[in-house]
Design a binder for this molecule. Sequence first.
Ligand SMILES: Cc1ncc(COP(=O)(O)O)c(C=O)c1O
Length: 316
Amino acid sequence: MARTTSGRQNVLAFQGAYHGMTLGTMSISGNLGPKNALGSLLSGVQMLPYPHNYRCPFGTGGEQAIDLNLRYIEQLLSDPESGITAPSAMILEPVQGEGGVIAAPDRWLQGLRRITQERGIALIVDEIQCGIARTGKMFAFEHADIIPDIMPLSKAIGGGLPLAVVVYREELDVWQPGAHAGTFRGNQLAMAAGTATLRYLKQHAVADHALQVGERLRSHLLKLQSAFGWIGDVRGRGLMLGMEIVDRDGEPDGQGHPPVHTARARQFQQACLQRGLILELGGRHGATVRLLPPLIITDAEIDFVATILFAAAAAI
Ligand SMILES: Cc1ncc(COP(=O)(O)O)c(C=O)c1O
């Protein structure tokens, strides 16, 4: 849609991004495993650094990294010798999921909104994983008080039924009838389920609940981090949290943080599974323990999860 509307080809995307497994979406994703396997992907994609505070591409982290990041991108788009022709779109996840649970700072998102708006670049905010109340707002971009141009939604919006939605500014829809068709578009049962899901989430203020129980879970994770030195970083937003598992004895990186410890992350995952708790590993080198509990989880259930996490951590 962004290419059709703007007549431009290039798309800006971010390191660590995950947007899917089609040829198009893999081309704008970070993970090299599946990309290498395919060989040729779509051209006209420029990957940019994402503000990863703990593994900062600029080696600084903090507020300074946000400034450097925005400056880099703005300079790239202003430089007549950047080598990159004017892009049609910039796509990002407000909280990177598969990349390792990395929440974009609000100020960075606001900066990108300004930069894209000034240059007529469509800002596509992928809310497929972080959207629908998970981070404490219906959509994660709302924390930064910005409005994107295009927003793909999926996963939670179907309430368990297969539903994917693209929300966009009306003026971007210059597609002719039939220009973007598909057999399984507009499944009525899934749309009814999606409508009911949105109604339920609003009526029961599930986003507020996610924020509140998410803080409870985060405080447990921070205690776990204080007790076990091999948890390098606790991060995320609302009920989308992660812990990066590190090797305390390894050579620190430029920021002074120890390297990841994938084997220990797997041990921890197994120890939790043996105690009845299913955890996903993700992020770089599969060393980030991911916590994505159901949005309706209760305080008591969060505390129960925490007892398992402590018991598993003590056992490995
Ligand atoms: C942020 C994000 N974008 C896109 C996708 C891809 O969605 P689908 O699997 O429906 O193609 C995913 C799936 O995990 C995702 O997490």
